[in-house]
Design a protein around this ligand. Structure first.
Ligand code: AHR
Length: 318
């Protein structure tokens, strides 16, 4: 479904409950950005891209950092609503828990644009509760990893440890769904265990250490992000094995550190999840104010990094 600010205006007052608020055309805007955490390079790059674009346009950006706490992010969104920002950009740490504050913003007349992580339609509806979602296709990301893996198994039976991201986050749910669906079509390859390491490097290292002991038959680590993969590389080395050779490592994100590890042969394959949201996010805000229509999602196009392409891609990796 396509919708625009003008539709919202025609349909009723900007504060009508249960409707998308409109946005007037202004030379500058007061914009809120509620970030999930800032302790990894992906989040740092996303925040920098948002701040840089706001600065370039001369918009006033209020930034909050939930520091990995869903409860804090709920409070952060409420503080941005109280500040009466014109538009709210939100990267929801979890989907269900953030849905109520998305609706609170909407009822306060503030259009919300979801960035990078979405909220399932059973909890918040695009076009009614928020304008649109901008981000990667996480199901496709997981599927791309599985496809590359089975095509590069070299006759080996793959026993996979899957390191999941934050429980309840849409990239976790969808990266698992996409990977598992593709893999299920290629028996006898199988996932021996799948557990959350919360998108964290340290937790990725600790969990890999435990799981390698418990599942000595494991020969692949599929991590839902680079941070956990980098932690897994450290754990594999600590166990006296060669990451990328004895145990294949695959991940999603495409930060410089992971791409360098592909070049070093310690990570085998990375699907990019581009964190540079600023230009598209602010373009969408301005388009909406001009009356442009938007569908449920705007999907980012992502590259991948193989041993053959990592060198060429390194300089433009985040
Ligand atoms: O939502 C995107 C994910 O969140 C990235 O893959 C991860 O690194 C980040 O924390």
């Amino acid at each position: 479904m396509q919708r625009s600010a003008n539709c919202a205006l025609l349909a009723g007052s900007v504060l009508a409950k249960g409707m998308l608020p409109s946005l007037t055309q202004q030379a500058t805007y007061r914009v809120g950005f509620a970030q999930t955490e800032s302790d990894n390079p992906w989040r740092v790059a996303q925040t920098a891209s948002m701040k840089d674009e706001a600065k370039r346009l001369g918009f006033d950006l209020s930034y909050t950092d939930a520091q990995g706490s869903t409860a804090k992010q709920v409070a952060d969104v409420r503080s941005l609503i109280a500040k009466r920002v014109d538009v709210l950009f939100l990267s929801p740490r979890e989907d269900k828990a953030l849905a109520p504050v998305v609706k609170e913003a909407r009822d306060a007349g503030i259009p919300v644009i979801l960035l990078d992580r979405t909220i399932n339609a059973q909890y918040a509806v695009p076009g009614r509760d928020y304008l649109t979602f901008i981000g990667s296709d996480f199901v496709k990301e997981g599927g791309r990893v599985a496809t590359w893996l089975v095509n590069n198994a070299r006759g080996k039976k793959l026993n996979i440890i899957e390191l999941e991201g934050t429980v309840g986050a849409t990239p976790t749910i969808d990266r698992k769904r996409g990977f598992d669906w593709v893999l299920a079509q290629y028996p006898p390859h199988k996932i021996v265990v799948s557990q959350s390491a919360d998108f964290s490097r340290d937790k990725g290292r600790q969990l890999t250490e435990l799981l390698l002991e418990k599942y000595p038959e494991a020969n692949v680590i599929y991590a839902h992000n680079d941070e956990m993969a980098i932690g897994a590389v450290a754990a594999i080395e600590a166990a006296g094995k060669k990451p990328g050779k004895d145990i294949m490592v695959l991940s999603i994100d495409g930060g410089k550190e992971a791409v360098k590890l592909v070049l070093d042969g310690k990570i085998n394959y990375v699907v990019e999840c581009n964190p540079r949201f600023g230009p598209e996010a602010f373009k969408t805000l301005q388009g909406y104010a001009k009356g442009k229509s938007y569908g449920d999602k705007i999907v980012n196009q992502d590259r991948d990094y193989t041993p053959q392409t990592a060198k060429a891609g390194l300089s433009s990796a985040y």
